[in-house]
Ligand binder design. Structure first.
Ligand SMILES: [Ca+2]
Ligand SMILES: [Ca+2]
Ligand SMILES: [Ca+2]
Ligand SMILES: [Ca+2]
Length: 207
């Protein structure tokens, strides 16, 4: 099998990634068509494009072969469920050789009330900025809004005692408790205490 040529397709570039106004769950990717091989010779046998996407950067679990699209700038729309997605495009020629990935572009699909790029439907702290989504006790509430360290549905003195026993610990240290590190910065300190305080005497669900 001859794979040399696929490396020669000049890199594609995604120009824009826009939501379609009519459908909140639809996104349109626009990219520039490759015209030459990397050695400067004209690309004459372009046969189509593939869109790669997934919910993690660089990890594209979905592939859509969109076939041939005519034009120097081409667009394609996808309808997706609420999430944050990362996209890349490749081109292939009539021999089936495929280019490398284009640049990657990301897009949040769906309503994102707190503006952390994680749409409400999948955001584990819907009203609290936490783009990392850390949830070290795996209870569905992100660390950033989850001061319920004993998981009894209420933030009270038992949670405070657990928090206290991790006080001023660093990641890797003996007393470190990742769930008490609400801001997930590797230590349990005053910043975490302020977060704890804002959740004091509250009940589930936390947002
Ligand atoms: Ca959000
Ligand atoms: Ca959030
Ligand atoms: Ca949690
Ligand atoms: Ca911390």
């Amino acid at each position: 099998m001859y794979w040399g040529k696929m490396r020669k397709l000049i890199a594609l570039y995604i120009i824009s990634l826009l939501p379609v106004i009519a459908y909140a769950t639809e996104v349109t990717l626009t990219w520039s068509a490759p015209t030459t091989n990397a050695d400067g010779t004209p690309l004459t046998d372009l046969a189509g494009y593939k869109i790669y996407y997934g919910t993690e950067s660089g990890n594209y679990s979905n592939i859509v072969d969109v076939g041939y699209l005519d034009g120097a700038e081409v667009s394609y729309s996808l309808e997706l469920t609420d999430n944050r997605y990362y996209f890349a495009v490749t081109a292939y020629d009539t021999s089936g050789n495929e280019s490398d990935y284009s640049n990657e572009r990301a897009k949040t699909v769906g309503t994102d009330t707190d503006g952390d790029n994680i749409p409400d439907l999948v955001d584990n702290c819907r009203l609290t900025l936490n783009s990392g989504q850390q949830d070290t006790d795996n209870d569905g509430y992100g660390n950033m809004c989850d001061a319920d360290l004993d998981n009894d549905g209420f933030v009270g003195i038992f949670d405070f005692n657990i928090f206290k026993s991790a006080w001023l610990s660093d990641m890797g240290g003996e007393n470190y408790n990742p769930s008490a590190d609400f801001d997930s910065d590797g230590d349990v300190d005053y910043a975490d205490f302020y977060i704890f305080k804002t959740r004091w005497n509250t009940s589930a669900p936390w947002e």
